[in-house]
Write a protein that binds this ligand. Structure first.
Ligand code: 13P
Ligand code: SF4
Length: 304
């Protein structure tokens, strides 16, 4: 019996015993994707966390995702199997920096990408994910929007919502920001039939050369429905594993630069087992922050 098979069986027994569910992000390693009860993008995972019957959520993703689940379902025990699975972009902005932006633009509303700390969410009017950022900004009553932390997602939103003034902060995802327009152009030459699909965390010039700009689950939906057979995919490479698994007969090519989010790759099956067994590491958030950040997150769900 393979080690993974045994672990999966043990995880399944523990899950039933503890009334737990495993939620996982699309970038997780394949063995974790396959062990998950639900796999999705940030918005799908946030929605899923609301109204679950299970008492415990094991979150295979990064810290801000587990925190989002805890804020939206504070009565649940939410576990993050690896304490060191963070998101460097979420750590690029401090509360003082955001407060300074707010002081400089008192009329503006604050839209915060979920890839952020709980303290930043608590200072915000509404949150967004990669799949609803445009919709959120478009529908807000304010003309001026402070958008944090991702400068690339923010400038994509600005381009699609020209009626608003979007004030950006300088932060980015090191995985997506690394992808250059020249490499996508070279891939187009190599695979002329392929559609180019990119995540909105990539640079504006990469977005400009894309056929579609989509969240991770948006990409999965697109490749499934598209009559095209070949796709150049500019995002973290974990997604390509799911794409290949779910679309036999279609071909997926990553952009040339290495696109691995080391944080998303930390969680293993063994970590999930240990997490369930020892009920670690429990997400704990100050109740005042839960209340304030919860308002911004629930506001986001209204627009989705
Ligand atoms: P999605 O919400 O599109 O899955 O993106 C999450 C993320 O962390 C992208 O880097
Ligand atoms: Fe953060 Fe980028 Fe990793 Fe997503 S891929 S979790 S934005 S570092």
């Amino acid at each position: 019996m393979s080690e993974n098979f045994e672990l999966k069986q043990k995880i399944s027994i523990l899950k039933n015993k503890k009334n737990a569910i495993i939620l996982a992000h699309n970038y997780q390693i394949e063995e974790v994707q396959l062990a998950a009860d639900f796999l999705g993008d940030s918005l799908e995972l946030s929605r899923k966390a609301v109204g679950l019957s299970q008492a415990m959520i094991v979150f295979a993703g990064v810290k801000f995702m587990a925190e989002t689940a805890k804020i939206l379902a504070p009565e649940k025990k939410v576990l993050l199997p690896r304490l060191d699975a963070g998101c460097p972009m979420a750590d690029m902005i401090t509360v003082d920096e955001l407060r300074e932006m707010k002081a400089g633009h008192p009329q503006a509303m604050v839209v915060t990408y979920v890839n952020s700390s709980v303290e930043i969410k608590a200072e915000s009017d509404v949150c967004c994910t990669s799949s609803n950022a445009v919709r959120v900004v478009e529908n807000l009553p304010a003309k001026e929007i402070i958008f944090v932390p991702d400068q690339n997602l923010g400038s994509y939103v600005q381009k699609l919502v020209p009626a608003k003034k979007v004030i950006l902060f300088e932060a980015f995802c090191y995985v997506h920001h690394r992808i250059k327009k020249e490499e996508i152009a070279a891939m187009r030459v190599r695979y002329p039939q392929a559609k180019v699909i990119v995540h909105p965390e990539v640079r504006p010039e990469v977005i400009a050369g894309a056929d579609e700009v989509l969240s991770t689950s948006g990409m999965l939906g697109y490749v499934k429905e598209s009559p095209a057979k070949e796709f150049i995919v500019a995002t973290e490479q974990g997604l390509l594993q799911r794409m290949k698994r779910e679309n036999p007969g279609k071909f997926f090519f990553p952009a040339l630069s290495q696109k691995i989010c080391s944080n998303m790759k930390r969680t293993t099956l063994k970590d999930i087992y240990d997490s369930l067994l020892e009920e670690k590491y429990e997400i704990e958030i100050d109740p005042t922050i839960i209340d304030k950040a919860g308002l911004a997150l629930r506001e986001m769900l209204k627009y989705s």
